[in-house]
Design a protein. Structure first.
Length: 367
């Protein structure tokens, strides 16, 4: 299994020139990634287009270059990803995790609202359980909040060390979309830090490692558990047939004939076997490393062990020597070929003096 590459990101808000907080965050991200030979990604968090600008974004890029903090690629700015956030917002709504909030800023910051010792207010859930009649009494567009679980989350931060937080008591249900329709940081950054597009740009092998690293709990496990299990199985089949290097975003029309065959083979492996299927493969080992040929042979054995029939047109001696039955055509190519020279087991073929395949197969069997 390939080791996952370290990927870090620096994600400033282009609302002004770089300040010391930006420099510290950029330096820590740069050092963390470069020390592991990883990739640094730059992302402009410009959700609030009233406060941010393309000019400030360019100044931030120039400041990074002046500081010597290089990055490997830049992702699309958050202002260009509203359609992506819409989809995730809809998913949260379908899960019943969102509700409209009509509280004003002054109400939230009033002395009657619960506050932490640093003065930060904790949302008390005022609008969480409003009835439809109560909601209809408000004549303004609402913000939308997500219901957070009452449990402690813990992380080990490389700089801050151990950190624990209970969202329900430390901040309350958080806003994910403002009343003016602008998505807030909490939703956008969660989506951006590992989007489906990023996963699709990984190789099948790395995608499988990423999927295997997912830890789903509670409702997430109930909702996505079976889907993740199916994705894991299909990625495993792609790796089994030697296509571990392909990215999931690879266009089908760019695949070679051998790659297309092996994708079809992986698709067949993902189906429930009936034991009554005939598979015809035309030189499936083309372009494969010796180790991948061995994996492919294991796949073909699994198909035949399940009762299926596999017919392979092949010149690879590693495949030929493990066949149950050989039909050798020749003796030459072109007009001098096309005749059945031999039929039988690999061992008998090796003893056939008139078969060129047998002559090479004999050396392979004796080695």
């Amino acid at each position: 299994m390939a080791e996952l590459k370290t990927v870090g990101r620096f994600a400033p808000t282009p609302s002004g020139r770089m300040h010391l907080g930006n420099v510290f965050a950029a330096l820590m991200a740069w050092l963390s990634v470069r020390s592991k030979g990883g990739e640094l990604v730059l992302r402009m968090e410009d959700l609030d287009t009233q406060r941010t600008s393309a000019e400030y974004a360019q100044i931030l890029r120039e400041d990074l270059r002046w500081l010597g903090l290089d990055y490997d690629r830049e992702t699309p700015p958050q202002s260009a990803r509203s359609a992506v956030y819409d989809r995730y917002f809809d998913k949260l709504a379908q899960m019943g995790l969102l509700y409209p909030c009509y509280c004003t800023r002054s109400q939230l910051h009033s002395v009657n609202a619960p506050h932490l010792s640093d003065g930060t207010y904790v949302y008390p859930g005022t609008c969480r359980n409003l009835t439809e009649a109560q909601r209809s009494a408000f004549h303004r567009a609402p913000a939308w909040r997500v219901r957070v679980p009452d449990r402690v989350w813990a992380v080990e931060d490389r700089v801050q060390g151990h950190y624990e937080c209970n969202l329900a008591t430390d901040c309350g249900d958080m806003v994910v979309r403002r009343a003016d329709g602008v998505y807030v940081y909490q939703l956008a950054v969660t989506v951006d830090d590992e989007s489906i597009a990023d996963v699709c740009d990984m190789s099948a092998e790395r995608s499988l490692a990423w999927i295997n690293g997912l830890e789903l709990e509670g409702s997430a496990a109930q909702i996505a558990g079976e889907v993740v299990k199916e994705i894991r199985a299909r990625l495993g089949f792609l790796n089994d047939v030697g296509l571990n290097y392909l990215t999931l975003s690879r266009a089908a029309k760019t695949l070679s004939g051998g790659e297309a065959q092996r994708i079809k083979l992986a698709t067949e492996l993902s189906k429930r076997s009936t034991g009554r299927t005939i598979y015809v493969l035309d030189e499936p080992t083309t372009g494969l490393h010796v180790a991948d040929v061995a994996r492919l042979i294991d796949i073909l054995d699994r198909l035949t062990d399940a009762g299926n029939t596999v017919l392979v047109i092949e010149h690879n001696l590693h495949v030929i020597k493990v066949a149950d039955h050989i039909i050798d055509l020749g003796p030459e190519g072109g007009d001098a070929g096309g005749n059945i020279v031999f039929t039988g087991t690999p061992e008998d073929c090796a003893r056939c003096a008139g078969s060129y395949t047998g002559q090479f197969l004999k050396k392979e069997l004796e080695s």
